[in-house]
Design a protein around this ligand. Structure first.
Ligand code: MG
Length: 337
């Protein structure tokens, strides 16, 4: 096995704003693993609030002995080996895991969704995020997203109702909402949940601070809409901490350290009778296809990276009737531009 990698600055079509924070690009590390004539592609998307950078990711890769990655891949063993090198660093771990899955698919001549036990015909629609902005820009964003059948709205500011009203002035599509821990107390949160329910919002992510398990559980208990943990659940071990406090989880490859552990989290969520949204960061086609390979195992998808970015270096995956369309190509099915 041989690993090579290079940094890449993924530019956003619009500045990305959530409560209290804004940016115009996302640092990536694009990675390739070579083995017996095959190449597996992986990607780390390092959104600044998660704490990883190109420097931390390349320093992590320098500590890996490529000969320790042996085919057939034992992902449980590889995960504990990587966690043993350093805790944290889930995005660069995800890049390695995604590349290994792509490589495995190519070696075995199977698409990744088949390796993961997913039925590509069970693909859920994917939402497209409309970021916080001025009313004029929001209306333009909603028009740009005419191809989407569901919109996702970032909330958690003082203007949540005005934002939803602006969207409702131009669209009656179903909405997913993400409060990003922005609501300050359980009474404000439950008022907003009921109001959003009346506005056609179908799921709500992370109403309050991730540390406030009791507050989020109180809202979940009273909510007519599924309440999902996002910031409160990163990796598999977190599943036991959040069970009972939310209706479901938002699983993301850049939090879970890749496809293998995301699959474990999905199976554990099913055992706990919890719902699953598969989400993403700002990502190219690599991580989008990796998420899409798992999406048929989930209830909802929010895999909108290629729609929100301006310089995806790869071919956009096929998209039809609001859904990603997976190919029968071995591995991820990544196409060159
Ligand atoms: Mg979220």
């Amino acid at each position: 096995m041989k690993i090579s990698y290079s940094p890449y600055e993924l530019k956003l079509k619009y500045p990305f704003s959530i409560s209290g924070y804004s940016r115009t690009s996302t640092p990536l590390l694009l990675l390739e693993i070579f083995h017996e004539g095959f190449t597996g592609y992986g990607e780390a998307s390092m959104v600044p609030y998660m704490g990883e950078r190109v420097e931390t990711a390349s320093a992590f890769l320098d500590k890996i002995d490529p000969s320790s990655l042996k085919y057939p891949f034992d992902y449980e063993q590889i995960t504990s080996m990587l966690d043993g090198i350093e805790k944290g660093n889930p995005a660069i771990k995800a890049a390695l895991d995604i590349a290994l899955h792509d490589l495995q698919g190519k070696i075995e001549q199977k698409p990744c969704f088949e390796l993961l036990g997913a039925d590509k015909h069970a693909m859920p629609v994917t939402s497209v995020t409309i970021g916080i902005d001025t009313p004029g820009v929001i209306i333009q964003k909603v028009k740009d997203a005419a191809f989407a059948s569901v919109l996702k709205i970032k909330l958690g500011s003082a203007d949540d109702k005005a934002l939803i009203n602006t969207i409702r002035s131009v669209s009656d599509k179903p909405l997913y909402a993400d409060a990003n821990q922005g609501w300050k107390d359980r009474y404000q949160a439950i008022d907003m949940v009921h109001w959003l329910h009346e506005q056609g919002v179908e799921i709500i992510e992370q109403p309050m601070a991730k540390e406030d398990r009791d507050g989020n559980a109180w809202v979940t208990e009273r909510s007519p809409v599924p309440i999902l943990a996002d910031e409160a659940v990163q990796r598999y071990a977190d599943m036991e901490k959040i069970k009972g406090a939310y209706h479901g989880i938002n699983v993301k490859l850049m939090k879970s350290a890749g496809m293998y552990e995301a699959g474990k989290m999905i199976r554990r969520a099913r055992e706990l009778d919890m719902k699953i949204l598969i989400g993403c960061m700002s990502e190219t086609s690599i991580a989008t296809l990796a998420g899409a390979a798992l999406a048929p195992l989930c209830d909802w998808a929010d895999l909108d990276g290629p729609f929100l970015t301006a310089n995806n270096p790869f071919k956009d995956p096929d998209f039809s009737e609001g859904k990603w369309v997976l190919s029968e190509e071995p591995g991820l099915g990544l196409g060159k531009r």
